[in-house]
Design a protein around this ligand. Structure first.
Ligand SMILES: [Zn+2]
Ligand SMILES: [Zn+2]
Length: 336
């Protein structure tokens, strides 16, 4: 099978991913073999490829927004069948026993593993996944590329939205407008929030307007306190300060990033006092995923996607880093 493999992290322009031919993996007990149709390119993949995230293995196939058909099932698999379409997300497994797993916070599991980081992911024609950690997806969706970004960008955006705005109603700010935010915005509108998008990139701001943002603030000027909560999607510490400036008293800022540059000194009197709070979001639980995928179906959330062949994964990552992606970018494995 063809796959894009990372051995040595490097800046995306040095094309760290290499196209190789590998033997097909075999599903073990409780595992399924998936023939990947498409796989979304997430910012986490960029952090992994460029070395912001420490490597866990000497070589890895990235990709954790994979959509495909089950081609074979391993011993003991009961709830899935050959031919089913499934989505393979970031969370590959949890221990089920630690205090986090036992208290509904499996996203914080002490022994969790990740697709495309701890184990090989979806930048390949075939991959294995665990029965209990994949999600059934509509078999009749003709364009699976429209499903892929839901699997991480969408779910994380949903968890971050809830972390910032646990109660319905009010005004929410989005800082950075990429794959995750462009799904969280229509979701927030459907859930009854007013939305304010802060972006320094004109194409992203234009997409936010198209998607019905209540207000779009283009540029880097200091915002005035005007939202009740905010989500920071941009992996830049300085943006966290902008978000804290934008929230009113009692507001929460959630950070939907797996890695971020250092946050500058926070002026407590101006930016945190008034019961403002700052919280990070780490991965997601399977329950988050199920809730989000249900909402995505109900509200017909359709990501805006650019599709590229597998061999262009390095270029896709570079586009993502440079802010040239409008919505999300997805790799097509059919005919890889
Ligand atoms: Zn655990
Ligand atoms: Zn991701």
């Amino acid at each position: 099978m063809r796959a894009m493999v990372l051995e040595t992290p490097a800046p995306a322009e040095q094309r760290p991913l290499r196209l190789v031919d590998l033997p097909e993996p075999t599903p073990g007990p409780g595992e399924i073999l998936v023939r990947v149709e498409v796989c979304g390119v997430c910012r986490t993949d960029l952090h992994l490829v460029e070395g912001d995230l420490p490597p866990l293995r000497s070589s890895i196939i990235p990709g954790h927004e994979a959509v495909g058909r089950i081609e074979a099932i391993g011993p003991g698999v009961r709830t899935l069948a050959v031919g089913d379409r499934v989505g393979v997300p970031w969370l590959h497994s949890t221990c089920g026993r630690c205090e986090y797993c036992r208290s509904g916070r499996e996203n914080l599991c002490e022994a969790k593993s990740f697709t495309g980081y701890s184990v090989d992911g979806g930048y390949a024609e075939k991959m294995v996944a665990q029965e209990g950690y994949v999600f059934p997806l509509p078999a009749d969706e003709e364009d699976p590329a429209r499903l892929a970004p839901l699997l991480c960008a969408g779910i994380i955006g949903y968890r971050a939205l809830r972390a910032a705005m646990p109660h319905p109603g009010g005004r929410i700010g989005f800082f950075g407008f990429g794959g995750s935010a462009h799904l969280a915005l229509p979701l927030a509108s459907h859930l009854g929030f007013e939305t304010v998008v802060y972006s320094g990139t004109p194409t992203h701001a234009a997409l936010a307007r198209e998607l019905g943002a209540t207000e779009v603030v283009l540029g880097a000027a200091d915002p005035t306190p005007s939202v009740d909560g905010a989500v920071v999607f941009a992996p830049a510490g300085a943006v966290v300060l902008r978000a804290l400036r934008a929230v009113r008293k009692g507001g929460r800022v959630s950070i939907a990033a797996v890695h971020m540059s250092p946050i500058p000194t926070i002026d407590y009197d101006r930016l945190l006092f008034g019961e403002r709070s700052l919280v990070s979001v780490e991965a997601n639980t399977r329950l988050d995923a199920e809730e989000f995928l249900t909402l995505a179906r109900r509200f017909h959330l359709r990501p805006s996607v650019a599709v590229r062949p597998l061999a262009e994964a390095n270029e896709a990552l570079l586009d993502l880093r440079e802010g040239r992606v409008r919505g999300a970018v997805v790799l097509d494995l059919r005919g890889a």
